[in-house]
Design a protein around this ligand. Structure first.
Ligand SMILES: *Cc1c(COP(=O)(O)O)cnc(C)c1O
Length: 217
């Protein structure tokens, strides 16, 4: 299957889910291109895809400046855990950051914003399954992290999660939606290759899809 076919397939799945949920809007599709090189990415750009995501700052720095020079209008998303010492590089390169999850990172991002004059849209990442070893803010700590982020001048647009692996994700998506609503945040970054339709049914505004578009990693 070509990249254009895969893209059409995923878009059709999102359309179906939105029809089923009687949604008028559709989630934004972010193509997660981590581990794939420029030659694998170009066919998707040619097929009209403009939003892309990476999970490592250094990998994105190596790949994207050249691709962005070729095609105006690319929007770059960071979906991976971000170390505070990479915050300046991240703010310089990315338009959207999906992984704000702790006070020290908020401080580093605020400093980077002041230095660069850039203000990326940010999502607070939530450890929705309360898993050890998983990135994301504990649910109980969300209100304080949101307050700190706003005070520091970050542009917080929503919540993001990666639900626990190998279990039904729907309850976790519903829970994330509930917390976003409670906090008055419109954005919901949830849904990956295996569950983007479920996420769309449950109100996702952004889905982050890698292998369904690029093949397995
Ligand atoms: C890799 C990754 C994705 C995409 O995963 P696929 O299963 O390949 O669709 C989405 N979100 C995050 C945070 C990721 O690291």
């Amino acid at each position: 299957m070509t990249a254009a076919h895969r893209l059409a397939d995923v878009q059709a799945g999102l359309d179906r889910a939105c029809r089923d949920a009687r949604r008028a809007d559709r989630p934004l599709l972010v193509a997660i291109s981590k581990t794939f090189d420029a030659d694998a990415i170009r066919p998707l750009i040619a097929a009209g895809q403009r939003h892309f995501g990476e999970n490592r700052v250094q990998e994105a720095q190596a790949k994207w400046p050249a691709l962005m020079a070729e095609t105006p209008g690319i929007v770059l998303h960071l979906v991976g855990q971000l170390q505070s010492n990479k915050a300046a590089d991240a703010v310089a390169l990315f338009d959207v950051i999906h992984s704000v999850d702790r006070p020290s990172l908020v401080t580093a991002l605020a400093k980077a914003q002041a230095a660069t004059g850039k203000r990326p849209a940010c999502y607070l990442q939530v450890n929705i399954g309360d898993e050890d070893q998983k990135g994301g803010c504990a649910i109980a700590d969300l209100p304080a992290l949101l307050a700190q982020s706003r005070e520091a001048g970050l542009n917080i647009v929503g919540l993001m999660c990666v639900p626990p692996a190998n279990v039904e994700p729907a309850p976790y998506f519903a829970l994330l939606a509930e917390h976003a609503k409670r906090l008055g945040l419109p954005g919901l970054s949830m849904g990956m290759s295996s569950d983007y339709e479920t996420a769309a049914l449950l109100g996702s505004t952004v889905v982050r899809v890698g292998s369904a578009l690029f093949g397995s990693r």
